[in-house]
Structure formats: structure tokens, C-alpha cells
Design a protein around this ligand. Structure first.
Ligand SMILES: Cc1cc2nc3c(=O)[nH]c(=O)nc-3n(C[C@H](O)[C@H](O)[C@H](O)COP(=O)(O)O)c2cc1C
Length: 188
């Protein structure tokens, strides 16, 4: 099994960083292979703009996009790790998806057909939140309501299935012991 880890957090002291370290340990202990991209460390350009479209029209892909696409292509399982910001992804991850999951790579679409190209791959999405689970439930904001763009509208659309979402709630409000227990609960 080959995993690809897509990691989007700017702070090496964050809980997300600890999740990423735990996941790498789990993968190594299992004897699986993995590739890794840290979008902030790479300073990945998240803005889908004219150079991308011009390259696509020439039948080419820009080098940073090509590098990520090669990693996606080789992986059986994608692992996303990110904090929930405004009930979505950090912009750098949204932009990675915009640019890397391009027409012709992640799917093919013309006037008549839409064909997913990433079938056969699965995903796990690790997210952290500031909000407690019961507060979300009280406000009709259950996980499924804000994760569908990612699970169905993005990964599902390009054929990646199944996708498991692993949420960690109220991270800034819980104790170090609780955070440690959450990290230990992570299995790959
Ligand atoms: C710009 C920004 C937007 C945020 N939006 C949300 C949000 O919509 N829902 C939520 O529960 N927490 C939100 N938070 C809180 C973070 O999700 C939380 O602090 C983080 O997941 C904790 O993990 P970390 O220590 O690894 O950063 C937001 C934080 C920031 C900085």
C-alpha cells in the first residue's frame, strides 16, 4: 500500500503537526510506503491562474503541479491533514486541489461526458476544529454538512472512494492528556 500525505498547516508546534508525525510513524511501523508534501514548507502556489490554463491548452502541466500529480498517480491512498478554517480547508489546500486535480488528470470532461480518472484510490481526511462537537450539533452543523464539498464534491467526483473523515474537536480547549490520547487513537 502506498500512501500520499498532503499536509497543510503552517506551524510545527501545532496539533496538526503532531498528527502528521503520528501518521508517518504508523505507516512506517506497518511497513507501508508513503510520499509527503507539506504545502506551507514547499510554499506551494495555490492560485489557479492564466499560466495553468495556458499550459493546459498547450497540452502541458506546470512543474509544481506535475510533481504533485505524479505523487497522486503513484498513491493508492491519499491522507489529508489540515485544520478547519471557516468550515473549509486552508486556502493553500483549496488551491492545491484547484491546480492539481485538473481536467485531463483527475477527470476528463467535454461537452458530453464527465469521467473520473482517480478511481481505485481511497482517502482519509484528518481535520482539527476549534469547536466542540456538541456545539456543532446544537447549531445544525454536523460533520457531514461541511465536509461534503471535500468527500463528495471533490474526492468522490474524481473517483476517490471511500473517504473516511477523522475529526478532532475543540483542540485549543482540551488538555495535553486529552490531546495525547487522541494522537494515540490514530491508526492507519
Ligand atoms: C482562520 C481560522 C479560521 C478558523 N475557522 C474555524 C471554523 O470554521 N470552525 C472551527 O471549529 N474552528 C475554526 N478555527 C479554529 C481551528 O480549526 C483550530 O484552532 C485548529 O483546528 C486547532 O488545531 P492546530 O492547533 O493544529 O492549529 C479557525 C482558526 C483560524 C486561524
Amino acid at each position: 500500500m502506498k500512501h500520499m500525505i498532503i499536509y497543510a498547516h503552517p506551524n510545527p508546534k501545532s496539533f496538526n503537526y503532531a498528527i502528521k508525525e503520528r501518521i508517518i510513524d504508523e505507516i512506517v511501523n506497518k511497513g507501508d510506503e508513503y510520499s509527503f508534501i507539506s504545502l506551507y514548507d514547499e510554499k506551494f502556489n495555490p492560485v489557479l491562474a492564466s499560466p495553468d490554463f495556458e499550459a493546459l491548452h498547450r497540452g502541458e502541466v506546470l512543474p509544481d503541479v506535475a510533481k504533485s500529480q505524479a505523487m497522486v498517480k503513484e498513491a493508492d491512498h491519499l491522507i489529508f491533514i489540515y485544520p478547519i478554517w471557516w468550515f473549509g480547508q486552508p486556502a493553500i489546500l483549496k488551491g492545491w486541489i484547484d491546480r492539481v486535480f485538473s481536467n485531463g488528470f483527475a477527470y476528463y470532461e467535454d461537452e458530453k461526458v464527465f469521467t473520473p480518472h482517480l478511481t481505485g484510490k481511497s482517502a482519509t481526511v484528518f481535520i482539527t476544529l476549534g469547536t466542540a462537537e456538541q456545539v456543532l450539533v446544537q447549531n445544525d452543523m454536523e460533520l457531514d454538512n461541511f465536509m461534503r464539498d471535500m468527500t463528495l464534491g471533490t474526492l468522490g467526483l474524481v473517483g476517490i472512494y471511500p473517504t473516511k473523515v477523522v475529526p478532532f474537536y475543540a483542540i485549543p480547549k482540551i488538555s495535553d492528556e486529552e490531546r495525547k490520547a487522541l494522537l494515540e487513537s490514530i491508526v492507519i
